[in-house]
Design a binder for this molecule. Structure first.
Ligand SMILES: O=P(O)(O)OC[C@@H](O)[C@@H](O)c1c[nH]c2ccccc12
Length: 271
């Protein structure tokens, strides 16, 4: 059966082949090598679970999604990212997939130029080319989706990411995927409560999965936050960082929204 994830990846491959015809791999490698070095996203995210200043927020620039359709126009992604940074975001996530999420590599470059915190290239990474491309456009961190990769790809792409000086947010949805992520040596692991094969969201899924995460990986809770309470919930369940898209792009005052999410997590101890 073809899943949503399979069909997204088919489009991603077509688009990347077209880009690679324009700018061959060797040229992209040279561009990546001459880019400013990547910022340390691991340090920016670690210890969020013990820090009295609250859980880390990964704030996303996302125009649309396969599950919800159009979310926000975002005419100036750099301004949105700068607003997230002023609210206290630790990392900016930029969707670069175009067909379903309305993103682009120019969004990534614009955001990179507009903030001085680490930037995540959020895409479906299935080919070596995309990693050099991510670096060339200024990414500090890339997403690796365990469900989209076999163990060998996962291992090879994780090493390539590290060779390029970047970190990877390795995304899992099931216990088995968490185990695969940890076995290859992932240092930042995300649990996406949205199943990318069906797009179903189950908020209770994080707590069911989080107990399988070892203590020494940075734990990221992804998706489904609709307000400060959602962030608090994930913080109580031991997340170091929470990745939020829709609720932030639709809020209207992104700086205030990020602030309120961070301060919500401070009431973690009060039950
Ligand atoms: O908009 P939300 O529900 O806050 O979700 C954000 C983020 O977790 C989601 O965009 C996401 C998580 N993993 C992905 C992989 C590909 C594309 C998108 C995603």
């Amino acid at each position: 059966m073809t899943t949503v994830l399979d069909s997204i990846i088919e489009g991603v491959r077509e688009d990347l082949e077209a880009r690679a015809r324009q700018t061959p791999l060797s040229e992209m490698q040279a561009l990546a090598a001459s880019a400013d070095s990547a910022l340390d996203a691991h340090t920016a995210l670690e210890a969020g679970r013990d820090d009295p200043s609250g859980v880390r927020i990964i704030a996303e620039v996302k125009r649309s999604s396969p599950s919800k359709g159009a979310l926000a126009e975002i005419p100036d992604p750099a301004a949105l990212a700068a607003a997230y940074q002023s609210g206290g975001a630790s990392v900016i996530s930029v969707l670069t997939e175009s067909r379903r999420f309305g993103g682009s590599l120019s969004d990534l470059a614009a955001v990179r130029a507009g903030v001085d915190i680490p930037v995540l290239r959020k895409d479906f990474m299935v080919d070596e080319y995309q990693f050099h491309e991510a670096r060339a456009y200024g990414a500090d961190l890339v997403l690796l989706i365990v469900a989209a990769l076999d163990d060998r790809q996962l291992r090879d792409f994780l090493s390539l990411t590290h060779e390029l000086g970047m970190n990877a947010l390795v995304e899992a949805h099931t216990e088995e995927e968490i185990e695969r992520a940890v076995t290859v040596g992932s240092r930042i692991v995300g649990v996406n409560v949205r199943n990318l094969k069906t797009l179903d969201v189950d908020l209770n899924h994080y707590s069911a999965m989080a107990r399988h995460l070892p203590h020494d990986v940075v734990r990221v809770a992804e998706s489904g936050v609709s307000g400060p309470d959602g962030v608090l919930d994930y913080a109580r369940q031991g997340a170091d960082a929470v990745l939020v898209g829709e609720a932030l792009v639709k809020h209207g005052d992104p700086t205030a929204a990020v602030k309120s999410f961070r301060s919500a997590s401070l009431s973690k101890e009060a039950q």
